[in-house]
Every structure is written in C-alpha cells, then in structure tokens.
Design a protein around this ligand. Structure first.
Ligand code: ATP
Ligand code: MG
Length: 436
C-alpha cells in the first residue's frame, strides 16, 4: 500500500515538474526567441552542409559553437524563470538533438545517428543520459529554402529532439510529501497492534477469572453437597417409626443434624470472612509478646492436627518483642498457612517456624516440606478463589480463599508476605510486619 502510494506520489511529482518546466520552455518569450534563433542558424548550417560541401565535422563543430555562444543566456533566462515558479529545488534541464536526417532524392543522409547515447546538446546544463527523466520528445520534419544566385534551393530534413530534466533530490522530496502519510500509517499500525494486544490480554484475563469462578462454584457445591445429603437422610430417618421409638437413636440423629448444621454454618462463615478485602477489615489491635503468642498458636495448631504425622521445629527470636496485632485475624492468617502445609504436604509433615527481629520489622518464616508451588503460581495463589490446577483439586478440598485472606490481613497490618518455593521441594512463607 505504502509502496503504491510512493509510486503514485512520485509520478504526480514528476508530472507536476514536467508541466512546470515545459511551460517555462514554451511560454517564456525570451526563451522562445533564443530557441528560434538557434533553429534558424541550424537550418542555415544544414543548408550549407547539403549544398555547399560543408563537412560533417565542420557542421557539428559550428553547431557546438553556436550552442556555446547562446547557452549562457539561455541558462540565465531559465534560472530566472525557475525562481518565479514554486519549484524550490534544484532542477537541471536540457534540450538535446538526437538525430538529424537530410532527405535526398537518391539517398537519405543521417548527419547525426539515431542512438541513445549520441546526442547534441542544444540548450541547458548537460548530465548523464541515464540519469533524469523525459520532459518531452518530438520528431519534426520540415523543409528549408534559400536562394542562391537567383535559384531557389530546397531540401527536406527530419529532426528528433528530447527534453530531459534531472532532479537530484527527488527521492527526498517525494518522501517528504509522504511523511504525514507514513507517520499516520505507522501510528495507525501501532494503535491497531496495541488494541489487538490489549484485547487479547483482556480476553485471557477474563477467561482466567471465569475459570477461577467456575472452579469456586464447583468446589463450594462439592463442599455443600455432603452436609446437605447427610441432613436430608437424617431428617427423613427422623420420620421413621423405629427411630421415633428409640430415644437413643433419636438423640444420635439429632446430633448428626446439629453437626451438619454447624458445618454448613462454618462453611458460610469461612466464605464470608475470608472474602473480605484488607480495606474492609477493621483491626482490633492489642499488644502481645511474640514468644507467648506464637508458642500458644503453634501448640494449638499441633493439637488440632490428627490426620498426619507432624513435626514442628521452632526457632523463635530470643529477644522479647512486643507485637501490635489483631490477634484473632492474625491467628486465622497464620493458621491458613499452617493448614495448607498439612493439606499440600506429604505423609510426614515437617514444619520449621522461625522468627527474628530485623530493622524495625518482625519476620516470621514458615517452611514446609510439601509439594511446593511452581514459579508461575507463586503470585496468583494469593488471588481470591485461586487454586493451583495440578494441586489435586479433587483430592484436597478447598475454596482458594485461605491465602487470599492471609494476605489481606497482613496488608491491613502494613506488612508483607512472600513465597519462596520449588516444586517437590517444599515452600517457605515469609511474613514481615512492622514493629515500633
Ligand atoms: P482454602 O480456602 O480452604 O484455604 P485452598 O487451600 O485451596 O482453599 P489457599 O489456601 O488460598 O486455598 O491456597 C491456594 C492454593 O495454593 C492452593 O490450592 C494450593 O494449590 C496452593 N498452596 C497453598 N499453600 C501451599 C503449600 N504450602 N504447598 C503447596 N501448595 C500450596
Ligand atoms: Mg488453604
């Protein structure tokens, strides 16, 4: 497209210049006069060549001499006229004679042959024939009569002429004229590519969000189904006569109802609280001593784990540090990490929990020996509802809310959380919160 435009612009440019130059040559009176004078002398010389035994060399020599004598005037006139036009660039212009044929009754005599490189400069500034463009070319046939000793002598001749121009900077000029178009095209291209990129990115993002939502729905329905099924069986069995008759069976069925009810309630609470963003969290901070707080927390956690073989190595900062935290939320946040270590751990879980004081920051590092998190997932695991696809979604239950909540709580404490992990090697959660 751009190349075509370039060709079109080039043609338009050359045509414009051609017309303007042609006009100078045809319509400037002084130039036409000098041109006629040259022609007049030329025909005179040709007549002598035809009838007076003037040799070819002398003829051509004389022609050259007359060009030499008239050309400076011609060039001056041309320059003056060129300045009057709006052609503000350097244009060389020349008029050439390409062939001269004198007709005879017996044979035609070509004074000057038809060949591209052979030419006589009539007017203008000479340049290589291969450079430049045609302005016009003509072939004219005429006769010339002169009296000699009272006798009229006539001969016929034909001349082929070519007017050519040479514009040294035409490429720059044409490109200059195209600059706006080029810039526009490039801008448009950049814009389209940008738009395309943006759309694709958005599409991928939306697809991810949709996938995550579907996963969440699947997970939550799965979680809800079990207690609901149990509830429905229990309530049906309550209507049975044998249960109604046995107070013990009745009691135990009621217990099932209660527990399932609790489970549902907890599930809904989990979704409600864990979905809160850091700006929605209202912190009730209190002062706690790091040693006491963390030891209690770890003990409570160790006690709650029964499913797996758990071993916890602790290295709590020796200096006593006062922490200002919302203990309820902070405990849930840490529990979420600890629970994950069990959920995504091997049969034997080894946890290392170490803390230290590091220039006004309290750092808690929780390391596990679990399945690890791939580099690409390290930042997304903090997203709401995000669960690692290969993370055994079907084997390990979860809503993808735990780490989201943890991050929100730590953010609300002006802290930070980072993960270092390698697949198959285990993960390290590094939490820092400011202390004053
Ligand atoms: P829940 O809302 O019940 O906590 P969840 O455990 O799936 O569900 P997150 O705690 O937010 O959700 O964890 C997100 C995902 O990060 C998990 O699904 C798991 O794939 C991955 N993950 C989290 N902790 C670990 C860990 N210690 N080792 C390996 N993968 C982990
Ligand atoms: Mg979790």
């Amino acid at each position: 497209m751009i190349y075509n435009t370039y060709e079109l612009k080039k043609d338009a440019f050359l045509n414009e210049t051609r017309t303007a130059i042609g006009r100078i040559d045809d319509e400037t009176e002084a130039i036409v006069e000098i041109d006629d004078l040259w022609d007049q002398r030329f025909m005179e010389l040709l007549w002598q060549y035809r009838f007076k035994d003037l040799s070819k060399e002398t003829f051509l020599d004389a022609l050259k001499k007359q060009t030499d004598s008239l050309n400076s005037t011609y060039n001056q006139l041309y320059e003056e006229e060129l300045k009057k036009t709006d052609l503000s660039f350097d244009i060389k212009f020349k008029k050439n004679l390409h062939s001269v044929i004198v007709f005879d009754t017996i044979s035609n005599d070509t004074v000057f042959p038809f060949a591209n490189h052979d030419r006589i400069l009539k007017f203008g500034e000479d340049f290589e024939e291969s450079e430049g463009y045609n302005v016009s070319q003509a072939r004219w046939q005429s006769d010339y009569t002169r009296q000699e000793d009272g006798i009229e002598k006539t001969f016929e001749f034909m001349v082929r002429t070519k007017d050519r121009m040479n514009i040294s900077q035409w490429k720059r000029i044409v490109l200059g004229r195209m600059a706006a178009l080029l810039a526009g095209s490039i801008l448009l291209l950049v814009f389209v590519v940008g738009l395309f990129y943006y759309s694709i990115k958005n599409l991928i993002k939306q697809k991810k969000v949709a996938d995550v939502k579907t996963d969440f729905i699947n997970n939550i329905t799965h979680e809800l189904k079990t207690p609901l099924a149990t509830l429905s069986i229990a309530s049906k069995s309550l209507k049975k006569k044998e249960i109604l008759d046995s107070p013990k069976a009745f009691e135990s069925t009621l217990g099932i109802l209660d527990r399932q009810n609790d489970r549902l309630q907890k599930l809904i609470d989990q979704v409600m609280t864990n979905s809160l963003g850091s700006e929605d969290l209202v912190l009730h901070k209190e002062q706690v001593l790091d040693h006491i707080y963390l030891t209690n927390l770890i003990d409570d956690f160790a006690l709650s784990v029964q499913s797996k073989d758990l071993n916890i190595a602790r290295a709590i900062e020796t200096a006593e540090v006062m922490l200002r935290i919302d203990t309820f939320m902070f405990t849930t946040a840490l529990f979420n990490i600890l629970e994950n270590a069990i959920k995504y751990g091997k049969e034997k879980v080894t946890l290392t929990i170490s803390t230290r004081l590091k220039n006004n920051h309290y750092e808690i590092v929780i390391g596990d020996n679990g399945i690890g998190i791939a580099q690409k997932d390290i930042h997304t695991v903090f997203d709401k509802f995000y669960r690692v696809a290969s993370g055994n979604v079907h084997n390990v239950k979860g809503l993808g809310l735990g780490l989201y909540y943890t991050k929100q709580v730590i953010d609300a404490h002006q802290g930070a959380i980072e993960i270092e992990s390698e697949l198959g090697q285990g993960s390290k959660f590094i939490i820092t919160i400011p202390v004053n």
